[in-house]
Design a protein around this ligand. Structure first.
Ligand SMILES: Cc1cc2nc3c(=O)[nH]c(=O)nc-3n(C[C@H](O)[C@H](O)[C@H](O)COP(=O)(O)OP(=O)(O)OC[C@H]3O[C@@H](n4cnc5c(N)ncnc54)[C@H](O)[C@@H]3O)c2cc1C
Length: 380
């Protein structure tokens, strides 16, 4: 049995380690030239928002003397160390173009040739394809329009008046950084957002997951709500509407992860960052918002997220993907035997932890298949 894992990020490495533990021969392919490339390529200020206790991959806890919230490059260092620890040697600089059913097993077409495998695990991540909305008149905006995927630090964005579009974790942090750098920052928030403090009285908010595990998401949200109001105050007073669903329910039901605040709310309260509604249209430097108000900007930062689209690779495998190009299943046996996807599901646990859990489940399922094949052969 030979397995091929596409992607050497946290998901791919966790799958490879889990396969090795089950005795399944595994090869990992990554189009980048180094392990952890996705992390090296993200903005300079980025730290994990999940504490290291929630971010280690199976079999290798992060060292005690590392900071609670790892900086970007240390995440990449951890991934490199993880690969070394489990003797995983990804073939780097190999981009998978298409995966098709072969005569027996899978045919994997890469930019360097073609190969075969009995099992394929796709772990190419959620952030491969930046989502860039196309508002009417966007083409008339003459200043820089920078997606967070290309943002490194305030010097990435020229101009004094900056509109950050989107209030997710990247948008919140980049708005904060630009404001601290002395820019006049507005933040366009299209719909209500769940906000949680990253820490409550020095304790990571992730510890509250325990509540969710015990009570389920809806009850956990009800129990945690008074504490959140106490810590964050009434957010409607600063113009942030409360979503219908609480943070745990929104993740569980809609895959919408909450914003973990590391200081942006304080800047909104002090008036250093101004909130605006979603964008309706642009006309040169002038932006018209959904409520009809207008303002002029020198630059736009699009914190509008990513849309994984795997149809180029798996379009030829009926049943593997949903119509929007996302996998039909992640972290579980899917509709197509021998093909798994890892790391495409948002949960309240943080992506690292979810990826690790999915990796274990995939390896267990693959190993049970291997066992039955071996048994069949033995019987024959
Ligand atoms: C800004 C930001 C902050 C985040 N912070 C946290 C956090 O605090 N805690 C947390 O738990 N999660 C966090 N996440 C979410 C998640 O943990 C990371 O995105 C993580 O990198 C996902 O790991 P992955 O292995 O699924 O994907 P990636 O790390 O993106 O790895 C995918 C790999 O696949 C390779 N690849 C892609 N396409 C191909 C192809 N066709 N052929 C070969 N190789 C290919 C890529 O080169 C890459 O190395 C954050 C994400 C972002 C964007």
């Amino acid at each position: 049995m030979r397995a091929t894992v596409i992607g050497a990020g946290s998901a791919g490495l966790a799958v490879a380690a889990a396969f090795k533990r089950k005795g399944i021969a595994v090869e990992v392919l990554d189009r980048a030239d180094r392990i952890g490339a996705a992390w090296h390529g993200r903005y300079d200020r980025l730290h994990l928002h999940t504490p290291k206790s929630h971010s280690s991959l199976p079999g290798l806890p992060m060292p005690r003397d590392w900071p609670r919230y790892l900086p970007r490059d240390q995440v990449a260092e951890y991934l490199e160390g993880y690969a070394r620890h489990f003797a995983i040697r990804p073939r780097l600089g190999v981009s998978v173009q298409r995966v098709l059913r072969g005569r027996s097993g899978w045919r994997i077409e890469t930019d360097t040739g073609e190969e075969g495998a009995d099992i394929v695990v796709c772990a190419t991540g959620l952030s491969g394809r930046p989502h860039r909305p196309d508002w009417p008149g966007l083409g008339t905006f003459r200043g820089p329009v920078t997606h967070t995927a290309d943002y490194r630090n305030p010097s990435s964005v020229a101009g004094q008046r900056v509109l950050v579009v989107g209030f997710g974790n990247s948008g919140g942090e980049i708005a904060l950084e630009l404001s601290e750098a002395g820019r006049q920052v507005h933040l366009a928030v299209r719909r209500p957002v769940n906000v949680l403090p990253r820490d409550i009285f020095g304790v990571p908010v992730y510890r509250l997951q325990l509540l969710q595990r015990l009570l389920g998401p809806r009850a956990a949200d009800r129990v945690a709500a008074p504490l959140m109001r106490l810590v964050l105050g009434d957010l409607s007073r600063i113009g942030l509407a409360r979503p219908e669903k609480g943070p745990a329910t929104a993740v569980a039901e809609d895959q919408r992860i909450p914003l973990l605040d590391i200081g942006t709310l304080g800047r909104i309260r002090s008036g250093d960052i101004a909130l605006r509604p979603g964008i309706a249209r642009l006309d040169g430097p002038r932006v018209t918002f959904a409520d009809g108000s207008t303002d002029e900007y020198d630059a736009l930062v699009l914190a509008t997220g990513f849309r994984p689209d795997l149809s180029a690779i798996f379009g030829g495998v009926p049943g593997a993907l949903m119509p929007d190009g996302r996998p039909a299943r992640s972290g579980a046996p899917g509709p197509v035997a021998g093909l798994y996807f890892c790391g495409y599901r948002a949960t309240a646990m943080g992506q690292f932890r979810t990826n690790a859990a999915e990796a274990r489940a995939i390896a267990a399922d693959a190993a049970s298949g291997v066992a039955s094949v071996t048994l069949d052969r033995a019987v024959v």
